[in-house]
Ligand binder design. Structure first.
Ligand SMILES: [Cu+2]
Length: 135
């Protein structure tokens, strides 16, 4: 029994080491979050390393569906958000009222400031936007 435990713990230590090595080789991992309501993100600004594997947790505390839409580098949406703007979207995540959802995506490889907007009709006009800074 004791020997078995010993073997298991040695196997676990091996796995932990493997995990560390894989983490060192793979992309950096970061977690960011936002609360969405009418008509804002809280917080409104986030920062992630270039090319990082991002885990984004979105909580919709509001009474409307909201989106967290990441636009191309240097692209600023002029309200209203239209079909043309859709061609400049890098990532778009939508969360229903009262839901908490987690999404993963790769951060852009180019450092810079990226605009985040809510693509729901008239939400951007109401001020629902933020920025993702890629370092
Ligand atoms: Cu919205």
């Amino acid at each position: 029994m004791r020997e078995k435990i010993h073997k298991v713990s040695r196997a676990l230590a091996g796995l932990a080491l493997l995990g560390v090595l894989l983490a060192a080789c793979g992309p950096q991992q970061v977690a960011i979050a936002a609360d969405m309501s009418e008509f804002e993100y809280q917080p409104p600004n986030w920062e992630v390393p270039a090319s990082a594997q991002v885990t984004l947790t979105l909580t919709n505390d509001g009474t409307f569906v909201h989106t967290w839409t990441l636009m191309e580098a240097g692209y600023t949406v002029t309200p209203p958000f239209t079909k043309d703007d859709n061609q400049h979207v890098l990532q778009a995540f939508q969360v229903d009222v009262g839901q908490v959802q987690t999404f993963t995506f790769s951060a852009p490889s180019e450092p810079g400031t990226y605009e985040i907007v809510c693509a729901e009709p008239s939400h951007l006009e109401a001020g629902m936007k933020g920025t993702l800074t890629v370092k």
